[in-house]
Design a protein around this ligand. Sequence first.
Ligand SMILES: Cc1cc2nc3c(=O)[nH]c(=O)nc-3n(C[C@H](O)[C@H](O)[C@H](O)COP(=O)(O)O)c2cc1C
Length: 201
Amino acid sequence: MRLDVSAASPVDVYHLLTGIVTPRPIAWVSTLSPAGVANLAPFSFFNVFSANPPVVVFSPTLRRDGTKKDTLLNLETLPEFVLSAATAPLADHVNASSKELPPEESEFVHTGLTPAPSVKVRPPRVAESPTAMECVVKQIIPCGTGPIAGNLVIGEVVTIHIADEVLDPAGRVDPRKLRTVARLGADFWCHTSDLFERKRP
Ligand SMILES: Cc1cc2nc3c(=O)[nH]c(=O)nc-3n(C[C@H](O)[C@H](O)[C@H](O)COP(=O)(O)O)c2cc1C
């Protein structure tokens, strides 16, 4: 099979892309609405792209009706967010926070998760998550205007919280303790427990 993207439907392209580009880490993003409602949602169009300065990028796409998601609208008024780690024990909460709630309803309340105050930004972090990265938006780049068009949110990490329980004796994050989950195609997720090591040549 071969797909000419210019002749294909955006939904078909989306399913192929998200099936091929796997596994995708999950940004669990909290933002604050103009009315002060703490919003929380997962985004698997996500990664880290710089360490000095530390820069992360995630992408809230436009909805299939072309409207902006709450996360993007919130960032346009308050350009700060927090990324909490999406871990195996919290996978159901991560999924529950993806429910499309009206902007006046908080996913923290919907999921029963605890908002913990951040240090340098105003949106709260997820208290139950073992890591959180406080970020300030550097730039938002819209990829298009149609359904499922991405919006690259480029953020600089300004504070990192890490629970001692997920560190190894050298003070580095131990993946066997952090146990992040990731997204594959369709409704599949994966654990990060099937590990192997390779030394860099
Ligand atoms: C694991 C997972 C990953 C997701 N990744 C994305 C993504 O990368 N981009 C996106 O726009 N929506 C993604 N979604 C859907 C959003 O989480 C969902 O649309 C959510 O309601 C958006 O919330 P908001 O309107 O409060 O911003 C994902 C959902 C799940 C469960």
